[in-house]
Write a protein that binds this ligand. Sequence first.
Ligand SMILES: Cc1cc2nc3c(=O)[nH]c(=O)nc-3n(C[C@H](O)[C@H](O)[C@H](O)COP(=O)(O)O)c2cc1C
Length: 216
Amino acid sequence: MSAHTNLAGIRRDYSLRGLDRSDLLPDPIAQFRVWLEHAVQAQAPEPNAMTLATVDAAGAPAARIVLLKGLDDRGFHFFTNYESDKAGQMEANPRVALVFHWIELERQVRVRGAVSRLTRADTEAYFSTRPRGSRLGAWVSRQSEVLADRAPLERRLAELEKRYPGEDIPAPSFWGGYAVAPVSVEYWQGRPSRLHDRFLYTRRPDGGWRIDRLSP
Ligand SMILES: Cc1cc2nc3c(=O)[nH]c(=O)nc-3n(C[C@H](O)[C@H](O)[C@H](O)COP(=O)(O)O)c2cc1C
């Protein structure tokens, strides 16, 4: 994209389909499984990529992409370094937000909720499915720390290659999973003339979910 691109002129009209209340399942996690499956079928690249927004102790927000690696009644799972910036932010304030964007389907999902650590057993079960290089990488990186250059990474990787010559690489104690338990989930479907369809699930006191249509 050149420096002279006319950003104001970039626009796309959304017209694939609408979203009606009768399309929605009563439970937002069940609904999420349906939309994620549609994104996989539509061959969205990295359909499980999501923006994770956190807030630091001073109230300043930060956001970055992580990968959704599991979904159950505890919520949306992802894995990271427990000593990273994001982990420090989540320990100070467990309230987070997630955003998925599947442009192929003209869809967005927004989640707000509270994050908590997965169990060690969950982390170990997922870690053992990762390719060898990713497992070593988790050991090598002191995520979010300042580095002068790549040399310390290459040196630590070479040391670890020697220490763990095979596939038997344990999960580092400073690395693991989190689950985001949703308190609200919004489903967004793009529509013509910016009159999009939006439905917001919020938790009812009885444990069920209320669904409201929101103005676009
Ligand atoms: C497509 C994509 C997927 C990513 N997945 C993860 C992930 O699952 N876990 C993770 O810790 N970082 C992941 N990252 C890197 C993060 O965006 C981020 O750079 C890193 O976690 C450090 O964030 P922090 O300094 O705020 O803690 C991913 C980045 C991209 C672009």
